[in-house]
Design a protein around this ligand. Structure first.
Ligand code: 5GP
Ligand code: ZN
Length: 113
């Protein structure tokens, strides 16, 4: 399968990994938009949130628990951070393997652009 995030999860192309377990992998974004910008992905190839099924609820929860731990490790728990999961064209999804962005280390605006 020609999916860049599947290849990162399989170790076939390099990335700065910050977490790895049986279900979830996390690595630093190649083009960070803040001092901390980490992508948290399931090993399983799922294209978008629209493709999620009820049996994957545990994995979706796990993405957030990994985000919580990484935010703590980055010193962001108290300062605050943002978790973003883009879905589809108007959200600007560019890689069609779901990924939770963990972004922090600077003050952010609301609403997002
Ligand atoms: P999206 O817009 O799909 O939510 O975000 C895709 C993210 O993946 C972008 O922030 C982009 O910088 C990042 N990205 C794309 N290709 C690579 C890559 O090969 N390695 C890493 N580490 N990040 C990537
Ligand atoms: Zn994939």
């Amino acid at each position: 399968m020609d999916c860049i995030f599947c290849k990162i999860a399989a170790g076939q192309i390099p990335a700065k990994l910050v977490h790895e377990d049986a279900e979830v992998v996390a690595f630093r974004d190649i083009n960070p938009v803040a001092p901390t910008h980490i992508l948290i992905i399931p090993r399983e190839h799922i294209e978008t949130v629209n493709d999620l099924e009820p049996g994957q609820a545990g994995m979706v929860g796990k993405l957030h628990l990994v985000a919580r731990e990484l935010a703590r490790a980055e010193g962001l728990s108290e300062r605050g951070y943002r978790l973003i999961l883009n879905c589809g064209p108007e959200a600007g999804q560019a890689v069609f393997h779901i990924h939770l962005h963990l972004i922090g280390g600077r003050k952010m605006a609301w609403p997002p652009g």
